[in-house]
Design a protein around this ligand. Structure first.
Ligand code: CTP
Length: 392
């Protein structure tokens, strides 16, 4: 494969990434733009890959060989890492002005790993270019969240993902585009039920699982809408989002969107109770204990199931024991194609982390247990199963 390096600070990570890819058994050639070579010397890239770097000077050979064509014949895949905002813009509009852009036009499978500052990643023009590349069937990875390299940039979404994720993305089989023309609605994150202006009931859901489902559906070609509560991870790129707080607001946002969707994945951790009243003023503390009167919130899935026409609906459940039997009963009661069961505690806790262990349970009690997987991979498996239930 070819690693295409473009001109951002994260280019300094390229030699180590080449080494990691070679350790994974991948033969690597490197292509680099002029700007990339201001951050990382061609000689380092040649030494770790064991081959001359394809840069502007090595583009056309004295014997007439055009390397963007000969390398494209050799390569089965290409990863552009880091991909700058400019590299994404060039790729989205089909430019061929530098070795990386020219090569990416003719390699069959190309993935981009963007790295830039958080504001650039969120800029409408970048969002548009990323969406266009995805429509063209190019894979664009989500940047990681964390401290950004350039002095004074602070933290945010924009870091080059770690080497292990980049190698994973490259080695995994390309995903099917089996959701083109489909509308997918996802609910994500916790809800928040206020007692007074400073206190609420909620839960530790981060929103990550639902966002992974939304990203996976987007990459498989769906038009995606996400209704989410107060989440603690950044909302995904390239999907429509609607932020709400309480269970009732979530229901209000879901109802009109549900009628037009083909698939609803209800991964939000919806509060089952809310305080009977929401005080307009902060309740001052008093001596002694206090009791809180709670009333049930509407069950969103059950309410939506009553409006169901052709939609496939998938729910989540958190169980500590008797998981499968209880989940099957829930799937029957809520009219679900299946329920994704996960676990609240221990190392495999679904809350917050990047990985989870799901068991899919059908209304008739058939269970498929997945191994402990990254949430994005678990989301892909969930969609594989949901797609199989679609009536053509
Ligand atoms: N759900 C919902 N409306 C609610 C509560 C939950 O639509 N008021 C959805 C959740 O989004 C999830 C599924 O229903 O998809 C979870 O079902 P639930 O019966 O709440 O199961 P658990 O959360 O596992 O809780 P419990 O066992 O206490 O019923």
């Amino acid at each position: 494969m070819v690693l295409g390096v473009t001109g951002g600070l994260a280019a300094i990570k390229a030699p180590s990434l080449v080494r990691r890819l070679r350790e994974a058994g991948v033969e690597v050639r490197v292509a680099a733009t002029d700007d990339a070579l201001r951050f990382v010397p061609a000689l380092s890239l040649a030494a770790v890959s064991g081959a001359e770097v394809f840069d502007r000077d090595a583009w056309f050979r004295p014997d007439g060989e055009a390397r963007h064509l000969s390398l494209a014949r050799w390569a089965d895949a290409m990863l552009v890492a880091p991909a700058t905002a400019d590299a994404l813009a060039a790729a989205a509009s089909g430019r061929a002005h530098d070795p990386v852009a020219a090569l990416a036009l003719s390699v069959p499978r190309v993935a981009y790993a963007p790295a830039m500052n958080a504001a650039m990643w969120r800029a409408p023009a970048v969002v548009r270019n990323v969406a266009r590349l995805r429509e063209d069937g190019r894979e664009v990875l989500e940047p990681a969240v964390g401290p950004l390299g350039t002095v004074g940039e602070g933290e945010g979404a924009g870091r080059l993902p770690d080497e292990a994720s980049l190698v994973d993305a490259l080695l995994r089989t390309p995903r099917p585009r089996d959701l083109v023309g489909r509308r997918v609605l996802v609910s994500a994150g916790p809800t928040r039920e206020w007692l007074d202006p400073v206190r609420f009931l909620s839960n530790p859901s981060s929103g990550r699982m639902g966002f992974c489902v939304a990203e996976a559906a987007r990459d498989r070609g769906a038009s995606v809408e996400v209704v989410h509560g107060p989440v603690s991870v950044p909302v995904p790129h390239g999907v429509a989002t609607c932020a709400v707080e309480s269970a009732e607001e979530m229901l209000e946002a879901l109802v009109p969107r549900f009628d037009a969707c083909d698939l609803l994945v209800m991964s939000a951790a919806v509060a089952d109770w809310r305080p009977r009243e929401r005080k307009a003023e902060k309740e001052p503390k008093r001596d002694g204990d206090a009791a809180l009167e709670l009333v049930r919130t509407p069950d969103l899935l059950e309410t939506l199931a009553g409006r169901r026409a052709r939609q496939t609906t998938v729910g989540f459940a958190m169980e500590t024991d008797q998981g499968v039997a209880r989940a099957a009963e829930k799937a029957r009661r809520k009219g679900l194609a299946f329920i994704a069961l996960n676990y609240p505690a221990g190392e495999e806790s679904a809350f917050g982390g990047d990985a989870t262990r799901l068991t899919f349970v059908t209304p008739d009690g058939v269970a498929e247990e997945l191994p402990h997987l990254r949430k994005r991979e678990a989301a892909e498996r969930l969609l594989d199963r949901a797609v199989a239930t679609f009536v053509a």
